[in-house]
Structures are given as C-alpha cells and as structure tokens.
Design a protein around this ligand. Structure first.
Ligand code: HEM
Ligand code: HEM
Length: 195
C-alpha cells in the first residue's frame, strides 16, 4: 500500500478558495461600500459636516463604480469554487440570487448617485482631480425620483448585506464548514505545508 500523499485528493477537498484577485476585489468593495453607507447616512443627518462628507462620499462612490465593473469582468473570467456540501439545493438558489442582487445593487447605486447629482445641476468631482460628465438632464423631477431611488437602494443594500453576512457566519460558526475561509487570506496548515 502506498504511503504517498494523494495530491489530487488534497486539491479536491473542500473548502477551496476564491482566487487572490477575487478575494482582493471582495474585501476592497466591502470596505468601500461600508464606508459609502456610513458616510451617506451620516451626512444627511449632520448638517455641519454635510459639504465635506458629500465630496468624500461622491469620490468613494465613483471609485466603487470602477472597482465593481472590474470585479464583474473578473467574475466572468473566474468561476467561484464549489460550495461545501452543507449548502442545500434551495439554499444554494437563495445564495445565488442574493449574490446577484448584491452585484446589481453595487452597480446601480453609484450610477443612480451620479445621475442624481447630474440632475441637481452640480458637478461630480472625484478626489479633487477628476470631474465626471453629467449623465442625466438638469431637472428637479428627475432629481427627486433619483434621490428617492438612492435612498431605497441604500436600504436594500443594508438588508441584502445583512442576509449575506448572516449566511456566511451561520455556516462558518454553527456548521463549521469553512465557508468564510473561502474568501479570507488566512493561510491554513495544509496550504502552508504545500509551500
Ligand atoms: C459590503 C459588504 C459585502 C458585499 C457587497 C459582499 C458581496 C459579495 C458577493 C457579490 C459575493 C459573491 C462572490 C462571487 O461569487 O463572485 C460574496 C461572497 C462571499 N462573501 Fe461577501 N460581501 C460583503 C461582505 C462580506 C462580509 C462582511 C463577509 C464575512 C462575514 C463576507 C463573506 C463572503 C464569503 C465567505 C463569500 C463566498 C460565499 C459564496 O461562495 O457564496 N462578505 N460577497
Ligand atoms: C455604492 C455606492 C453608494 C452608496 C452605498 C451610497 C449610499 C448613500 C446613502 C446611504 C445616502 C443617504 C441616503 C438617505 O439617508 O436618504 C446617500 C446620499 C447621497 N449620495 Fe450616495 N451612495 C453611493 C454612491 C454615490 C455616488 C456615486 C454619488 C454621486 C456621484 C452619490 C451621491 C450622494 C449624494 C449627493 C447624497 C445626499 C443627497 C442629499 O443631500 O439629499 N452617492 N448615499
């Protein structure tokens, strides 16, 4: 009987990881979105800081748009690793749709923000170096519809992110199936020994 370690079996054993680039995109977008949400909700409730936070918020929002487009291109080029067997069929469908919803919201929200500012007739300045062209007509009615949409999408993001994080944490802590490790940069013992 052979005592050699079977490399194929080791590679096929879940949990497998997302590529380093996919993980970088995931955590970069997560940090930027948390920041945009926090600054957005703060600035509309804090008049004294509104002007400064608005500039920072628009810059982060524009950066999110760029990063999310790159992330979506990367997503089409790299398929995610298979889920652990603890993810059931119905649950899998819910996860797929919630992740699609996250991609759609991450893309729609900065576009709506940009269009809303365009409709208000003010320029979108990004980190003080770039001025984005308007993408919607200067019109009060268009502005008010987009302003409402920007709020609704922000709350939708909060709800879907909360469901997403709960799903991941429930799997990782209650079922202990390593769901979170697929997206982290933690180097496990097996991977370290392979180097
Ligand atoms: C703004 C916050 C977040 C957003 C927008 C977000 C978005 C996403 C998206 C779109 C995916 C699907 C990746 C793909 O298949 O291409 C994903 C996967 C994942 N996320 Fe997040 N995420 C966020 C926060 C978090 C946090 C805080 C955690 C940790 C608890 C986390 C853990 C994971 C894990 C483990 C996966 C892989 C799950 C799977 O394969 O289905 N995410 N995330
Ligand atoms: C994913 C990206 C973004 C997120 C998560 C986000 C989130 C938010 C949130 C939570 C608010 C407060 C909403 C409320 O309480 O009613 C807000 C307001 C606002 N956002 Fe964004 N936003 C994003 C992108 C953008 C972009 C790209 C722009 C413009 C270029 C923008 C411009 C604004 C402005 C001007 C306001 C304040 C509107 C007012 O004073 O009534 N946002 N955003």
């Amino acid at each position: 009987m052979s005592t050699e370690i079977d490399d194929t079996a080791a590679v096929a054993t879940p949990p497998q990881k997302f590529t380093a680039l996919s993980r970088t995109f995931h955590w970069l977008t997560a940090i930027l979105i948390f920041a945009a949400l926090l600054i957005g909700f703060t600035m509309v409730n804090w008049l004294a800081g509104y002007a400064t936070l608005r500039v920072i918020h628009m810059s982060i929002g524009a950066l999110i748009l760029l990063v999310v487009v790159l992330r979506i291109v990367n997503r089409f080029r790299h398929h995610p690793p298979a889920w652990p067997p603890t993810v059931g069929r119905l649950e899998g469908k819910a996860v797929i749709w919630s992740e699609r919803a996250l991609y759609a919201l991450m893309l729609a929200q900065p576009l709506v923000g940009w269009a809303m500012v365009s409709a208000s007739g003010t320029p979108v300045r990004v980190f003080g170096v770039l001025r984005l062209p308007p993408i919607a007509p200067f019109n009060i009615h268009v502005f008010s519809v987009l302003r409402e949409a920007h709020s609704i999408l922000a709350y939708a993001l909060v709800v879907v992110i909360a469901a997403h994080v709960s799903f991941v944490l429930a799997h990782s802590t209650v079922l202990g199936d390593g769901m979170l490790r697929r997206m982290t940069f933690h180097i496990g013992r097996r991977e370290r020994s392979k180097r």
